[in-house]
Design a protein around this ligand. Structure first.
Ligand code: WT7
Length: 676
């Protein structure tokens, strides 16, 4: 693995940012966070986190140990305590008399709605937990969840947590192939899915992908290798969402509603040790194979609850919180399921996209439910900017009081637009930096405390130790850039990569021994505030979703037409980065693309192929057919040069190329790029 120098973002612009938005006195007076938090936490982070764990969570057996770092890089937090994540997220609120509070207000894409109070949620998760047990799922077993963004997704996750089974949510937009590899890697015993979901005005099937993933033999026209053997999955639990016809495997498939109806609504949560695994979530790395990031219970819940409460200034009795993320991503785990529910929040979840049936859909939802806290991604904000401010202008957004951003760097223009148009020039905007691996927010302003600055995530959370270092792991001075690292263990840190100890050490702990290497470039401005500058490895960020260049390259070369492929993330106005692929075709195909227009057919075919292999989110924006790829003498593809081409810049330094004429060849063949 090599690392490019941290980004070519025009830093001068960032560093001259002098707009500040200090909190209003009214906001500061009522804020959860206060100015001394940071100093208190810095003085003794362990006792700070221990206090949070005691205050924010309910323990069946209190812990006496706080942090054990003797097995570094594996941390153990609160290890002798016992608790249950579902009990913390649900039961204890009912026991405290808040059973009638709405936990989830669901808005389906077709406009159907439903509500679950905490008491109803408790009944649902108890029934679901009993149903899982009846299917033989035991504490420690892995369960794959492949569902649309519907309440059952939340119930399914909590039901797993309730019995101490480890959930592995696979985003519903991933392909059968991607689902299979995740099911196999985690050796899941059960898949929870649905007949389908709604997507841009139509019912779209989900179960066929599960059928194909689990049993390729019965899908001779499917894409998966027919030699693929059976998996460890014994049952498939199917939620009826769209009512479309589904193929049924007798003895394997079970309807969710039937299983829940047959189950009792009494279920005693299984008390687990604080370090019991809670979930695995696969994310893209720098190689072709996704990494199963796994998180445990006590530390993860502590930091999730603490950050959710303080970063969004949540008041559980009065706020209506809405995070637009799907539960298929870590944002949906921490800031739809665990953080908000552990804090007893009332929240909105929405199945659809922002533009169905019209481009004001999100703002209509904010108005309808009186949303007070909104958490979304810069790509969505930029898309809404493009549609024009008249659209949100048609709705009453005055309920909003805190706005959050996550997933990728937010450019100052988008930040300003978000604050002005959506927040009425009134709301704090918090730009939260974190990762699947960090489990919860690590860097963010604190509303009511921090004077916010458009485009900067600014300050490490209380109790979190962040640094920006140079190649030699030395802290850089203010005004300089380098690599973002975490210098001390934190409660919600990943506990490893499922089944791959070596990769865990190599990826995060070898670049700077003893420091957690995040893979992001960062800069400290003159005030010491942190600016995130994007990835410094072969990971792309498209619409806040993490994609691996290598994984898409492997997908491309698995097509018979392709001899070689190189993928880069080119900057894109809306999605942050976009996938651009350079492919060399096999000799027997090259003749065919000479005629006018033939290149477009190649691109169409290959785009569809990547969709099948990984999912639509990985589909390249452009595919350029070339005859050579730029390589170093040691054979490594120089993606930096391809990025120059993809971003229409003059090509940079080519002196390390094995053959320096290659770039001319590429440039000369590029007069007809194939954009969709
Ligand atoms: C990568 C992690 C955290 C949940 C969503 C993504 C980028 C994330 C920010 C931000 C700049 C950000 C980083 C990080 N990222 N938030 N506020 N500013 N960059 O989780 O899929 O694990 O991706 O997303 O590059 O490493 P993920």
């Amino acid at each position: 693995m090599t690392h490019d120098a941290p980004s070519s973002t025009p830093l001068e612009n960032l560093l001259t940012e002098d707009r500040h938005f200090p909190p209003s006195p009214e906001f500061a007076a009522q804020a959860n966070a206060h100015g001394d938090l940071g100093a208190w936490a810095a003085a003794d982070p362990e006792s700070f986190w221990a206090d949070q764990a005691r205050e924010l969570l309910t323990w069946q057996t209190p812990f006496t140990e706080v942090l054990d770092w003797s097995g570094a890089p594996h941390a153990r937090w609160f290890a002798d305590g016992r608790l249950n994540a579902c009990h913390n997220a649900v039961d204890r609120h009912v026991e405290a008399g808040h059973g009638d509070r709405v936990a989830l207000s669901f808005e389906g894409e077709p406009g159907d709605t439903s509500t679950l109070t905490y008491a109803e949620l408790q009944q649902q998760v108890s029934r679901a937990a009993n149903a899982l047990v009846a299917l033989g799922v035991r504490t420690g077993d892995r369960v794959a969840i492949y569902l649309p963004m519907i309440p059952e997704a939340v119930v399914a996750m909590l039901a797993c947590a309730r019995i101490g089974a480890v959930h592995s949510v696979v985003f519903g937009g991933f392909s059968a192939e991607a689902l299979r590899s995740r099911v196999e890697d985690a050796e899941a015993v059960l898949v929870i899915t649905a007949d389908g979901g709604y997507r841009r005005g139509a019912a779209s099937a989900l179960k066929p992908a599960v059928d194909e993933a689990l049993d390729p033999h019965h899908h001779p026209h499917g894409h998966l290798d027919e030699e693929a053997g059976p998996t460890s999955v014994r049952n498939v639990l199917v939620v009826r969402r769209t009512g479309q016809d589904v193929a049924w495997v007798e003895g394997r498939d079970v309807w969710w509603h039937e299983a829940l109806e047959a189950a009792s609504e009494q279920h005693e949560p299984v008390w687990v040790e604080a370090e019991h695994p809670l979930f695995i979530l696969y994310t893209s790395g720098t190689t072709g194979k996704p990494k199963g990031i796994f998180h445990t219970t006590g530390g993860y819940l502590t930091q999730s609850a603490f950050t959710h409460l303080n970063v969004f200034d949540l008041k559980p009795e009065t706020d209506v919180y809405w995070c637009t993320a799907d539960v298929g991503w870590v944002t949906g785990h921490t800031y739809v399921v665990y953080g908000p529910l552990v804090n007893g929040a009332t929240q909105v979840i929405y199945e659809g996209t922002p533009d169905t049936p019209h481009k004001g859909r999100w703002w209509e939802i904010v108005e309808k439910y009186g949303v007070t806290i909104l958490y979304t991604a810069p790509t969505a904000i930029r898309t809404c900017m493009k549609w024009g401010e008249e659209i949100p202008g048609q709705f009453d957004l005055s309920s909003l009081r805190v706005l959050g951003s996550v997933g990728e760097p937010i450019n100052p223009e988008a930040w300003m637009w978000y604050r002005r148009v959506i927040g009425g020039d009134r709301t704090p905007v918090v730009d939260t930096w974190w990762q699947t691996e960090t489990g919860a927010t690590m860097i963010s302003p604190l509303p009511g405390v921090t004077a916010t600055k458009p485009g900067s995530a600014q300050t490490p959370m209380p109790g979190i130790s962040i640094d920006v270092v140079d190649e030699e792991a030395k802290s850089v001075p203010n005004g300089s850039g380098g690599y973002l690292v975490v210098t001390q263990p934190w409660p919600s840190m990943l506990r490893g990569i499922w089944g791959d100890e070596q990769r865990f050490k190599d990826t995060y702990w070898s670049r700077f021994p003893g420091l957690y290497f995040a893979g992001d470039g960062a800069k400290r401005d003159a005030d010491g505030d942190i600016w995130l500058l994007g990835r410094v490895d072969d990971v792309m960020n498209v619409s806040g979703h993490r994609l691996s260049t290598t994984e898409i390259e492997s997908a491309l070369v698995s097509h018979p037409m392709v001899a070689e492929a190189a993928v880069v993330g080119a900057s894109d106005e809306t999605t942050g980065q976009a996938v651009v692929a350079f492919v060399i075709l096999r000799a027997e195909y090259t003749d065919r693309v000479d005629g006018p227009g033939e290149g477009a057919d190649v691109a169409t075919t290959l785009r569809a192929h990547v969709t099948r292999e990984i999912g639509p989110i990985a589909k390249p924006r452009s595919i350029l057919v070339v005859t050579e790829l730029p390589k170093t003498r040691s054979g490594k593809i120089m993606r930096r040069l391809l990025r120059d081409v993809a971003e229409h810049r003059p090509v940079g330094d080519v002196t390390t190329l094995a053959d320096s004429t290659v770039m001319d060849l590429i440039a000369s063949g590029l007069d007809k790029p194939t954009e969709p």
